[in-house]
Design a protein around this ligand. Sequence first.
Ligand code: FE
Ligand code: CA
Length: 537
Amino acid sequence: MNRARYEHLLTRSASRRLLLGASFAVGATAISLPSAPTRAAGIPKASLLIRRPQFIDTPFSLGVASGDPLPESVVLWTRLAPDPVNGGGLGEASVEVRWEVANDDQFTSIVQFGTAIASPDLAHSVHVDLTGLKPGTEYFYRFGAGNEVSPTGRTKTAAATGAPLSKLRFAASSCANYEHGYFSPYRHLANEEIDFAICLGDYSYEYGMNGEFKNGSTGPVRNVTGSETISLEDYRNRHALYKADPDLQAAHAAHPWLVIWDDHEVENDYAGANSEQSDPVEAFLARRAAAYQAYYEHMPLRADSMPIGPDMRIYRRLAFGDLAEINLLDTRQYRTDQTCGFVAPPCDEGLDPAATLTGPEQESWLFDGLADSTARWNVIAQQVMMARLDGDVSTEGQLVSHDQWDGYPLARQRLLDHLQSTGVSNPVVLTGDVHTSWVADLKLSFDDQDSPTIATEFVSTSVTSFNPIAAQLVLALPTNPHFRYYDPRHGYIRCEVTPEIWQTDFRAVQRVDVPDDEIQTIASFVVENGIAGAVKA
Ligand code: FE
Ligand code: CA
């Protein structure tokens, strides 16, 4: 890396930096930070801006990331954390961070540069929302603070909206419990030739050390630090532990990410303001606010996702030329409580038309967006399985997970009816959560296997998280004939989309209790333009 040239460029940007600095922190005093940053304690935040900090340990311990590509914009992320799992290590000072974007990974052709302020209010994270980029173009980026330079990230803007696009490639992952294994799938994902990656939720888990070793599992592969996450400090330290993982850092540095959460970024199985164990609502909303803030601080999200108390909007839509629109849902924040238990037979309360996974506002937004879309492929990227999965394989009765769309059957039916009645072009649902791989035909009626297939669902397995009943789930295939595929191994899905065909490759490792297992394609399924339902390739 051409460090001298980088320093030169950063010097050249000094006048702009000072201007930005002045507007960000009026009356700021430039001081250096030679040692313990806690010396800033007691000094009001707004009055302390450190332009040239000196670090003992690298502040770029959590790597870099980019996200949510638009045709002319992408968000760049980093967080300064010289002491990552102990609060970050920068105390109450704000720190100036330089950034630059280039056409090449040697930064010989710089296209933009500037500065941002890493403030303690956001755990010294920065989110740079670039503008004026070229559509469908690869860029490289890095940050600087003091004399330290971050690792280099690679990103790519989306194709111009509506413009002809002949191919789109991406991966989708979910469920990376740190204690359940090494993140080797993330390292393999980093090496994929893809335009972006999607996280479908359970990016991090809230449990304390050895927190989820029941159900006959053999014990942790490695340990998290700290107890179950409750406070903002807890969630920040947990995110930092995850982001310090080199395989996860590689995956973020290699591709822009589109991230949505599921439950474990806050708490297992929560629904709206209802916690798993029915905590007082005020207490749970305070916990949710802490979790959402830490999530924002650690993800390459735009400022319109900035949390306000316990509320944070992450459902959104991204378009890639005329080829695909991706609707990213939030099926946690606005859902009504699971009323019939968790794994249980369907019950009458579940048939309340007000029972919802998305909430009415998001549902309208989704329905309108789907109806208005002119894209060839319309993706619904979301958390929990949409297809009915009856786990009662021996009797006529049904046993379903009420945490999935099976617990909200009327909301699911509204969506499937809407997809059919509006003739949405090629709907494809991408799902995480169940720690196993599945392919399903989404039927207009799951009670009638002869009813039309409305959409195709691909369920990505977990990066590491185990499913204690994974070995038994294969038994559900004969009694749930709309499923085309099941596999229990860990990994992710990789999708290649053209105007005529969608192909999903299931990419899996054999084991995650070793750090370096190889990845392989264990199955491929295709969907032809205009024909819902996947066929084994
Ligand atoms: Fe999970
Ligand atoms: Ca989950």
